[in-house]
Design a protein around this ligand. Structure first.
Ligand code: ZN
Ligand code: FE
Ligand code: FE
Length: 287
């Protein structure tokens, strides 16, 4: 089990490696481009190559890219659909250049149209992205918190897309907060066992490639995407003890996407050493 976090690459890709080392992250996720914008940030081949070398030297692996938040493969707006596909394609190309595993992304929201109505469009878009990108890069669907008609709240929705696309390059990332918020009780042994059973039945554990390890600001079935620091939320330390002891997750990379703790009166800046240490401590106790 490798433990790490989403890290900022402000100032250049290589800064992400420095930040990862400072917090003790063994695996990382980065944005390939600003997440709230369609405008791509350009990365030179030299920068990509330097990142790849530094990650290897620092023994940081696997590396993932998180897609931009504007991506919505369930949109009814044709222009936004093309933009979404192009953003994923650009991240997949970068993913290959930096030697990362794949691009984790949120499928998007059907905004009331219904999952059935957007299913075919999602499948077509995923196929296009896979067809136009390097073979060594995975495209990774993330389960959703169920907020605002987002697709992927139930594992069956992810599973149906996987089965229809039928590509060995299409994978799944499991976000603990999103699952909890969507009504999967990952915080208790019985609840987690039922959750993993359903994930295996609908998606297949063989396709699971990453865990987003986040505590939850909202209670079970709260339906909102609100991450909390490890041990401070409704999943709690006891919940993470259950999660990290489960055999299904033993060989998975755990990536924090938490708000972080305030330091010396400064505002929290995302995943930090305190959260990494907490996960490592829980993992050691569970081993
Ligand atoms: Zn995400
Ligand atoms: Fe996530
Ligand atoms: Fe989230």
């Amino acid at each position: 089990m490798r433990i790490g976090a989403h890290v900022s690459t402000a100032g250049g890709l290589e800064k992400g490696i420095e930040r990862a080392q400072a917090m003790g992250a063994e695996t990382i996720q980065i944005f390939g481009s600003p997440p709230q914008s369609w405008r791509r940030k350009a990365h030179s081949l030299g920068e990509a190559e330097a990142f790849r070398e530094q990650a290897a030297a620092a023994d940081i692996w696997p590396v993932f890219i998180h897609g931009v938040y504007l991506v919505n493969l369930a949109t009814s707006n044709p222009e936004n659909l093309i933009k979404s596909e192009d953003a994923l394609i650009a991240d997949m190309v970068l993913n290959s250049a930096i030697g990362a595993k794949g691009v984790i992304f949120h499928i998007g929201s059907h905004r009331g149209a219904g999952y059935e109505a957007v299913f075919g469009q999602i499948v077509d878009s995923v196929r296009r992205v896979l067809a136009e990108t390097p073979e060594d890069s995975w495209l990774i669907l993330e389960n959703s918190a169920g907020m605002g008609d987002s697709v992927g709240r139930r594992f069956s929705e992810l599973g149906e897309i996987m089965k229809e696309v039928a590509s060995p390059r299409l994978k799944v990332c499991f976000d603990t907060q999103h699952a909890f918020s969507a009504g999967y009780d990952v915080a208790t042994a019985d609840g987690l066992a039922a959750t993993v059973d359903e994930l295996d039945r609908e998606v297949g554990l063989a396709h699971l490639v990453a865990i987003h390890a986040n505590d939850s600001k909202c209670p079970l079935s709260g339906g909102v995407d609100r991450h909390e620091n490890i041990g401070e939320g409704h999943i709690g330390r006891a919940g993470f003890e259950v999660i990290m002891a489960h055999p299904a997750f033993r060989d998975q990379p755990f990536l924090l996407e938490v708000p972080g703790f305030p330091k010396e009166g400064k505002k929290p800046e995302g995943p930090d050493k305190e959260n990494v240490d907490r996960l490592k401590e829980i993992a050691a106790a569970a081993a």
